[in-house]
Design a protein around this ligand. Structure first.
Ligand code: ADP
Length: 239
């Protein structure tokens, strides 16, 4: 399905955003891979279609499972059609196993230790400050969201974690951690937005990463695109 052209309103590290009406956007996933807050950047042919298809697949699954998401449809290539939201500039991280920045701030826990209960973290979305960990109180003080919204974000994030962990474990995969972004629609309702793909989730298959960690660890673009293709074939996504 081809999607209408729109006016480019934002270009980020992974996507271009086009406005097609006052409340609808097109997100175009770029054939680029970045790491270290954009410091390492390479052309990655084929990646945009893979991350767009993964986002469409996971968002569609979550929508059908009762989660309010921004997803409308996928064009079969690098673009998805979404509802436009007022974004909350906070990255919500859910962790099932100790990894990445958790280990750096809490070196007393061994990598890949399974948490007794999933952890939900809030980070300010700010590349210059390297997305610092913040408290719910910081979010309220900065008027980015209310306490009620933060409680809802947390409960939706945990529900998403249950759904995605189960879906992936049915395919023999482990969901280590992932990042979510939320926005608010015209009716004031909280909506899950942005992306769900190998770029925003850590997924292990027999100890092997099927996610962007491969590139962060110094792997090549080719390895990364192959790992994303493997994830798609395991999930039964046609490409
Ligand atoms: P970044 O800004 O981190 O480099 P991207 O390249 O992924 O990110 O750009 C996508 C941008 O679109 C992000 O800033 C994200 O917060 C924003 N976004 C995602 N979903 C929506 C939505 N439904 N409405 C408005 N903005 C959105």
């Amino acid at each position: 399905m081809s999607l209408r052209e729109g006016r480019l309103i934002y270009e980020g590290k992974a996507k271009r955003v086009y406005l097609i009406s006052n409340d609808e956007l097109i997100m175009e996933f770029k054939d680029e891979v970045t790491a270290l807050d954009g410091a390492r950047k390479e052309h990655a042919p084929g990646k945009g279609k893979l991350t767009a298809s993964q986002t469409a697949f996971f968002m569609d699954y979550l929508t059908k499972s009762g989660i309010r998401t921004h997803f409308i449809n996928w064009d079969g290539d690098r673009r998805i059609h979404v509802r436009r939201l007022r974004m909350i500039p906070v990255e919500v991280i859910v962790r099932n196993y100790a990894y990445g920045s958790f280990i750096r701030r809490m070196p007393l826990v061994k990598p890949l230790t399974r948490f007794t209960a999933p952890l939900v973290e809030f980070h300010l979305k700010n590349d210059e400050l390297h997305d610092p960990l913040i408290l719910p109180e910081d979010i309220i003080e900065a008027e980015l969201a209310s306490m009620e919204q933060i409680m809802e974000v947390k409960s939706v994030a945990l529900k998403v974690n249950q759904l995605l962990s189960k879906l992936l474990s049915n395919h023999g995969l482990i969901l280590v951690d992932f990042k979510l972004e939320f926005g608010v629609n015209g009716n004031g309702a909280l909506v899950l937005a942005d992306e769900l793909s190998g770029d925003t989730m850590r997924i292990l298959m027999n100890g092997k990463h099927l996610d962007k960690e491969l590139f962060r660890m110094g792997g090549s673009v080719k390895e990364l695109v192959e790992a994303y293709s493997t994830l798609n074939s395991i999930l039964g996504l046609s490409l």
